[in-house]
Ligand binder design. Structure first.
Ligand code: F6P
Length: 330
């Protein structure tokens, strides 16, 4: 790409995550720094189809660094999945004179980015999802905030579970991945953590762990279930049938997607936004900005989509050793 970049668009797409606003701000401010105009495309890819935009000047991105949600709104667009929809999106890019688009979101967003780049629109991607399930990047914007929100909720649950000497079953988000459940489970010292990456053996993974915890003197039990495993209500029922306990089930749900981004998410989002625009300004395009081994790397979108990331099973082993060995360790 040897043409001077004059104007870019930025959009947020898919499920929102805390820190998306920080990324939008960084994209807009870095663009200003390079003398590039920045247009905010509202409601993700659908906004590109509908020519739904707002000019991002200094005022628009002031005071949004620490705000949850996304000022650009977000959506999952079925129309963009069609050839006709994408043609309309390309027409909007031409009409607005966009020399590039920064797309902030998860896998679905990057699939859209790939399609658009194949139609000649330069695109850069920024990974943002509370699921942390983007193969090309060690970290995705929003994961830390969602972990902290879930930890805060579970700490509160623990107070009442302790008072009543109960068993609590908590379902956390993560779609098909167990990153959120595992990190949260370790941080709250859960009795058991169920993730979709490990085949469930109910007797070993739940019953024996609760029994061990009881034998070690524990009178309340915390079971964290990733939504990808299935319903926490079913797990609660099975605990009742197997152990005679009367568990309380809490589905944390969308609360995990809200709230102010943590320092880690603000900092990562700001770095990613900066590098996405810097790449455009230096003539590079067609990549996802990723964190790897502490640094930032650009991974071509197609390659990024083909990459997978595995749950760190060593962390699962740590959890087993520390939280699940109960009286055996004493
Ligand atoms: O991808 C983020 C996420 O919050 C997942 O953890 C969850 O499965 C999904 O989005 C929920 O999507 P929606 O907001 O459409 O209900």
């Amino acid at each position: 790409m040897d043409k001077k970049i004059r104007r870019i668009g930025v959009l947020t797409s898919g499920g929102d995550s805390p820190g998306m606003n920080a990324a939008v701000r960084a994209v807009a401010r870095t663009a200003m720094y390079y003398g590039i105009e920045c247009i905010g495309i509202r409601r993700g890819w659908q906004g590109l189809i509908n020519s739904d935009f707002v000019i991002l000047n200094q005022d628009m991105v002031r005071h949004i660094l620490g705000r949850g949600g996304t000022i650009l709104y977000t959506a999952r667009s079925d129309e963009f999945m069609t050839e006709k929809g994408r043609e309309k999106a390309v027409a909007t890019c031409k009409m607005l004179g966009l020399d590039g688009v920064v797309a902030i979101g998860g896998d679905g967003t990057f699939k859209g980015a790939l399609e658009l780049s194949r139609l000649g629109v330069p695109v850069m991607g920024i990974p943002a999802t509370i699921d942390n399930d983007i193969g090309c990047s060690n970290y995705t914007i929003g994961f830390d905030s969602a972990c902290n929100t879930a930890i805060d909720c579970i700490d509160k649950l623990r107070d009442t579970m302790q008072s009543h000497e109960r068993c609590s079953v908590v379902e956390v988000m993560g779609r098909h991945a167990g990153f959120l459940a595992l990190y949260v489970g370790i941080a709250v010292g859960a009795t058991s953590v169920l993730v979709p990456e490990a085949e469930l053996n109910f007797e070993r993974d739940v019953v024996e762990r609760i029994q061990n915890a009881r034998l070690s003197g524990q009178t309340h039990f915390m079971v964290v279930v990733a939504e990808g495993v299935g319903s926490a209500i079913d797990i609660g029922n099975r605990i009742h049938e197997s152990l005679g306990l009367d568990p309380r089930v809490t589905v944390l749900g969308h609360i995990q997607r809200g709230g102010a981004p943590t320092g880690r998410d603000r900092e990562t989002a700001t770095r990613m936004g900066y590098y996405a625009v810097k790449a455009f300004a230096e003539g590079r395009t067609g990549s996802v900005i990723c964190t790897r081994e502490g640094g930032i790397v650009e991974t071509p979108i197609e390659e990024a989509l083909a990459m997978t990331k595995h749950l760190q099973m060593d962390r699962y082993a740590i959890l087993e050793a520390i939280s699940a060995s109960g009286h055996l360790a004493n």
